[in-house]
Design a protein around this ligand. Structure first.
Ligand code: AMP
Length: 568
């Protein structure tokens, strides 16, 4: 289908083609004809990125009677940013429609200026519900000639507590109007609005959730909660050209993470509702201009921000609602470009991943956090790459070059490269030199699939009762050397100078390697296999037959009471 076939007027067509819109998107194919016919109310399930602004914007503009200066169309949206964005979009579509007046009114800006603008006469009002109610009450906004009402992101307006304002506004608009409601979800309150204020609305569902979703790769890092921030830093370090949004749950968390990133030398800033409007505008402008690499934001604050070239979306915390995840991840991978959506989770959040996988109909790639070595390598080659590509401004540096050449002439080329690389690179080297790797948290197969029948391997360790070793210490030792991994432990036998411990066979080799690197009271540990694939040992092992809460409590007590005596 073409835009011409949708009966769009030539002046709007011209603007659309200039914007590079070649053919209508599905939501536009469905909604534009219905709105142009003017006969029915519509409830549309569609998200940002589906082209919905043009779907309602084009017919709204086309049907304005330019001779009259009364407001004829009203568009309600949850945030100032979205109002501004919708207004900008409408102005783009109406570029060749002379004398059309579209006004955005929202809270947080001077109401007097908005009143003056309304007095001059406008055709289309794009408003946040709260501010529009104020303007109605001050008799500045008159809605008796409004024939089209659009509720954009209706679910979000309800989330933000605008339900009363919306009801108040809708009660003031003539009943003969057409109402169009856009929502990404359909909670009961929306159904109530559509029942109370809409006449037999047609439901339109836009199947394709997001134009860019197919280009998005979903990656999940499962780490200990305390390692989340370090993981975020490593992701940023591993992608030197990262340009992305880090989504947090609360305003406080958003600010804290942004503060930490700034303190640690990253090009980051925060965007959330506790900031003033001017601060939010400033941060968004910086981000749009790419003067900011990482924007740490809450979902609501990031709503009005439409940026196309994000390389990454990072979920520092996953939203409870899988739908919100699709909103977030849909911000990357747009316009045919590849994008990466990352979730940093701990084991407890694993169920959210499954829910999201079902919803997006794609699996997450479970990845290990980049090691210090991988990051250093990546940064190093990034630096070399930049060196190869940098443009030399000969005019600017020419006059300095002779004395620089003279100063460096005693260093040969190889050493010069080494020095120059070190200059930039030492920060990473020194930071990561002693950094331990962040271990992914995993749920071993047997814990999920079958609690009994685990295959064990019996190890012998060269410490025993004379070393004041008790079974709890053996468990503690396993946990210490393999953090974040659930290693099944079977029977533990403490003998005089050595002990036997049964561990899940799949971990035996790794455990031996780790233990053999440790010392106990300055005595180097030595562990080796005595018997492989022992089954059902748990039944013989009342000391270690489960790892429930009581076991954890014992474990803590033993550890606290014994901390001073034991040193690995
Ligand atoms: P929206 O869902 O309204 O936020 O639109 C998502 C993006 O798609 C915006 O950047 C629009 O400019 C763009 N867009 C809307 N309609 C079309 C179209 N028919 N062809 C190409 N791009 C479009």
């Amino acid at each position: 289908m073409t835009f011409e076939e949708l009966n769009i007027s030539p002046s709007i067509l011209k603007a659309l083609y200039e914007l590079g819109f070649e053919q209508p998107m599905p939501v536009q194919e469905k909604v534009v004809p219905l709105l142009l016919e003017n006969t029915t109310d519509i409830v549309a399930l569609a998200q940002t990125g589906t082209g919905k602004t043009a779907a309602f914007g084009i017919p709204v503009i086309q049907q304005i009677d330019l001779e009259s200066r009364h407001p004829q169309a009203l568009i309600l949206a949850p945030t100032r940013e979205l109002c501004v964005q919708i207004t900008d979009d409408l102005q783009d579509y109406a570029k060749y429609v002379d004398n059309i007046h579209i006004l955005a009114v929202y809270g947080g800006a001077s109401i007097e200026q908005q009143i003056n603008a309304l007095k001059k006469g406008v055709h289309i009002i794009v408003a946040t519900p709260g501010r529009l109610c104020d303007l109605i009450n001050r008799k500045a906004a008159k809605l008796e000639h409004v024939s089209k009402v659009v509720l954009d992101e209706a679910d979000e307006m309800l989330n933000m507590g605008f339900v009363d304002s919306i009801n108040e506004i809708l009660a003031k608009v003539p009943e003969s109007r057409n109402t169009l409601l856009f929502s990404a979800t359909m909670p009961a309150e929306i159904a109530a609005i559509s029942k109370n204020y809409m006449k037999n609305p047609i439901e339109v569902a836009i199947g394709k959730k997001n134009v860019g979703a197919e280009h998005v790769k979903h990656i999940c890092y499962t780490v200990h909660a305390r390692d989340k921030y370090q993981t975020l830093k490593r992701i940023a370090d591993y992608h030197p050209n990262i340009y992305g949004i880090v989504f947090c749950r609360t305003r406080k968390e958003t600010q804290d993470i942004a503060d930490s990133l700034i303190r640690d030398g990253y090009n980051a800033d925060a965007l959330h509702g506790d900031l003033s409007q001017a601060q939010r505008d400033y941060v968004m402008q910086k981000f749009r201009n790419r003067n900011l690499q990482l924007l740490v934001a809450t979902d609501v604050a990031a709503r009005g921000l439409d940026v196309d070239n994000l390389t990454h979306v990072i979920n520092y915390n996953l939203p409870d609602d899988a739908e919100v995840y699709t909103h977030r991840s849909g911000r990357t991978g747009r316009a045919g470009k590849p994008g990466i959506s990352i979730a940093i989770i701990n084991l407890k959040e694993k169920h959210l991943i499954r829910r999201i996988e079902k919803m997006i109909n794609k699996n997450f790639e479970m990845a290990d956090v980049p090691t210090g070595r991988m990051i250093c390598e990546k940064q190093l080659f990034h630096l070399i790459d930049r060196t190869e590509k940098v443009e030399i401004d000969h005019a600017q540096i020419e006059s300095y070059l002779p004395s620089i050449y003279r100063k460096l002439e005693w260093i040969d080329k190889q050493e010069l490269i080494q020095r120059f690389v070190s200059l930039e690179f030492n920060r990473f080297l020194s930071y990561y030199r002693d950094a331990t790797d962040i271990v992914s948290q995993t749920v071993p197969e047997e814990r999920i699939a079958k609690k009994d029948g685990v295959k064990y391997t019996r190890l012998c360790i060269n410490i025993g009762r004379t070393d004041k070793m008790v079974p709890q210490h053996a468990i503690e030792m396993v946990n210490e050397v393999m953090p974040g991994v659930y290693v099944p432990i079977g029977r533990i036998e403490m003998l005089h100078t050595f002990s036997y411990i049964e561990v899940g066979t799949q971990y035996a080799e790794q455990l031996i390697r780790e233990l053999n690197r440790m010392a106990y009271h300055n005595r180097p540990l030595h562990a080796h296999i005595v018997e492989e694939n022992v089954t059902n040992s748990r039944r013989n092992s009342p000391k270690r037959n489960k790892r429930g809460d009581d076991q954890k409590a014992d474990f803590k007590k033993a550890r606290n009471g014994d901390r001073k005596k034991k040193r690995y």
